[in-house]
Design a protein around this ligand. Structure first.
Ligand code: A2P
Length: 274
């Protein structure tokens, strides 16, 4: 019951997936299995999370067909560069136990030695070889995206960025829309505490008979974002995918967007020069 978003490669991706940032290697297999049982078909991990093996184990243990799953992983900063990207990809695939990935992302736009442009060329090769069905970026700002658009031939399928009601990212979302890049939100709940206690959200939760987290996730869905809420709590994993049976009014959407403070929960990518 999760709708698909069509990427600029023609591939489709579930609009809502399960993110495993900060999920420990010991817990991840059980929690991913829980998510798959709850109906998630998209799983988002990264080499730096240290839990790719556990994600792979849950996929191997499930009775779902590989083509029914959408798996994302990310290249860590230290491995940027043409040859090191290809090697790091092989290592991620070995840890995941997969022979292709649905989406491979450059994790951060580290500026050193023009690495992300060279890295992007290696990602294109992985895409051409069919080993990465789609390729994209994460935490890129408009100047980083402009460089890829100007200096290379392949437009990223998506940009995964910090995005939540305190940081609605209007400019980046508009830039993405102009260039056919999908927007994917990380920390869609602003990491939970604080944002989810906001009285605006708790009163909307009462109005719609949903939790504050479900209100925020529905806001993402109606903005057209792809998103990957993280939870290590089975009841919340289940609740977070149940956001396709109600609709926020346009006024309530605007009220949530007005919670913008500009305060980030993660690192500021502006610190990375273009
Ligand atoms: P927990 O893992 O203990 O369930 P984000 O994806 O924005 O980074 O948010 C993740 C944080 O939000 C985690 O601390 C998670 O807590 C919490 N969280 C996830 N889903 C919910 C929910 N439905 N209600 C309340 N908190 C949630």
């Amino acid at each position: 019951h999760v709708p698909n978003i069509t990427l600029n490669t023609g591939a489709t991706m579930p609009q809502l997936g399960y993110g495993v940032f900060q999920v420990s290697p010991g817990e991840v297999t059980g929690l991913v299995s829980e998510a798959l049982r709850a109906g998630y078909r998209s799983i988002d991990t990264a080499a730096i999370y240290g839990n790719e093996e556990g994600v792979g184990r849950a996929i191997a243990e499930s009775d779902l067909a590989r083509e029914d799953l959408f798996v994302t992983t990310k290249l860590w900063n230290d491995h940027q560069g043409y040859g090191s990207t290809l090697a790091a990809f092989d290592e991620s695939m070995a840890r995941l136990g997969l022979d292709y990935i649905d989406l491979y992302l450059i994790h951060w736009p580290v500026p050193s030695k023009d690495a992300y442009v060279e890295t992007w060329k290696a990602m294109q090769r992985l895409h051409e070889e069919g080993r990465a069905k789609a390729i994209g970026v994460s935490n890129f700002q408009i100047p980083h995206l402009r460089r890829l658009l100007d200096e290379t031939d392949v437009v990223p399928a998506l940009n995964q960025i910090e995005l939540h009601p305190n940081l609605p990212q209007r400019q980046l979302r508009e830039f993405h829309a102009e260039h056919g890049i999908a927007t994917e939100a990380w920390s869609p709940l602003g990491q939970g505490k604080g944002l989810l206690d906001d009285p605006t959200l708790t009163s909307l939760a009462t109005k719609y008979g949903k939790s504050p987290a479900q209100i925020v996730l529905r806001w993402h869905v109606q903005l057209g974002n792809i998103t990957i809420p993280k939870s290590a709590t089975p009841s919340r994993i289940k609740q977070n995918i149940e956001v396709f049976d109600f609709e926020l009014s346009a006024d309530d959407m605007a009220t949530i967007t007005a919670l913008e403070t500009g305060v980030r929960v993660g690192p500021d990518p502006d610190a990375f020069g273009a």
